[in-house]
Design a binder for this molecule. Sequence first.
Ligand code: F6R
Length: 355
Amino acid sequence: VGITTEMMENLDKSFMFEKIAELPDQIREGWRIAGEADRPIDFDRIHSIVFAGMGGSAIAGDIIRGFLGDALRMPFHVNREYGLPGFAGSGTLLIASSYSGNTEETLSAVREALNRGCDWRAVTSGGQLGETARQKKRPLITLPPGYPPRAALGYSLGALLNLFSPLVPGLDQSAIDATVGFLKDESGPWLDIGLHENKPLALAEKLTGRLPLLYTSTGSGEAVAMRWKAQINENAKTHAFVGLLPEMNHNEIMGWEQNQGNIDILKLMAPVIIRFKNDHDRVRIRMALTRRIIERIEVEVHEIEARGSNLLDQILYLILFGDLVSFYMAILQGVDPTAIGNINALKKGLQPSQS
Ligand code: F6R
């Protein structure tokens, strides 16, 4: 196995590789755009936050929620549907996130927010969402156009980091610069397909032709694993599933008990344990025990531990790593990482008929 420049050129016609590699720069640019377009959130004036978005435009909400953790003293709901939760009303801040600005679930949530008198703002590259925000004179963060939404994650995340910076002591321009520098240093070897120590490529080779099962801890891990899953789905056109610890120790772990009915399925699975430096002590023990249980039936378990001196660095380290795993899986499996035929077909099928 391995990847050649020729394979990359033939399959990656829309330059997904370059877009993934620029994640660190996107973070810095998103932070800057938000600083010029919008004010940080005034948390004394709201009691809850709803982040409305789908797919590649929703994940920044999960990531920021995981990152903020206990610093967030109010409910933060990532809303992936047409309606809004019952608690949303005046005193709720709705952040509507749709890269295209034309995602129907997100637009519907915005209409509902208008009915209920929520405060709201938008993050988009344009579309109907941009139009509505302008009409209603709401704060609007405009992202650079021309990206597949999932490949613009750095922009939306950088913007959100700026909006939420009042909650995180020390999160300022120089902290962002340090994170960007860290990510660039770490990802250097990951971008070189000729390098033996290219870790995302090595993992992609192990996952290719298998069903990745992403095991990680609740909180930031959940957001990271959901990103890995979505990127493997969309870039590599491959199923992937997420299991969270400690919860999966109470149910899913039983799926690793071999019997005559499941033996062929188990051999196709590729479990990946995604770890943070600050995982709960008991969760670390659970991860080790889980690994031992799986290895008893001779399934190879892969493991990746975040590097980085703070949580933001660790989250972004794992996200960039996973994005590259999904990209290399696509190339190894002979598919164009950018193409999303089924998603487009669904969106088209939902449009009112022209006849
Ligand atoms: C495509 C992608 C999708 C979209 C989703 C919502 O790259 O990642 O998951 O993000 O279909 O569309 P937008 O982001 O335009 O609201």
